[in-house]
Ligand binder design. Structure first.
Ligand code: ZN
Length: 121
């Protein structure tokens, strides 16, 4: 393993961007200090708050349109909207945060790696 790892797929699977095998996270959103499989230093790769911004935009879009379409099509009472969309928003945010952060870290690593080395082009 090594050169053939797709950074996006590794990120979605929450795996190490270098070898695609070791887990990327040690907690829910805590990036592991290093990869268990290849020893790659993952602390440098922390993407900070980057993913949260994308998640808010994407989830806001999905939930906003979903609520609008449901309102027009079914015209449910307001409490039903809240019961559906609030948990869904929370669920989508939590569900997307890890793979998104994984992909961002992987892309970050990918671009830095190609800038620094450039030997396996
Ligand atoms: Zn690794």
């Amino acid at each position: 393993m090594g050169a053939g790892v797709n950074p996006v797929l590794a990120g979605i699977a929450c795996r190490c961007p270098k070898c695609g095998e070791g887990p990327l996270f040690s907690g829910f959103l805590t990036v592991a200090p290093q990869c268990e499989a290849c020893g790659f230093d993952l602390r440098k790769a922390d993407s900070g708050d980057g993913p949260a911004v994308f998640i808010i935009l994407i989830v806001g879009c999905i939930v906003g349109f979903g609520a609008l379409i449901t309102e027009v099509a079914v015209h449910p009472p307001v409490w039903l909207h809240l019961v559906i969309w609030l948990p869904l928003t929370l669920f989508l945010c939590l569900a997307l945060l890890r793979p998104f952060k994984g992909v961002m870290i992987a892309l970050q690593f990918h671009h830095k790696a190609s800038e620094a080395g450039g030997k396996d082009v």
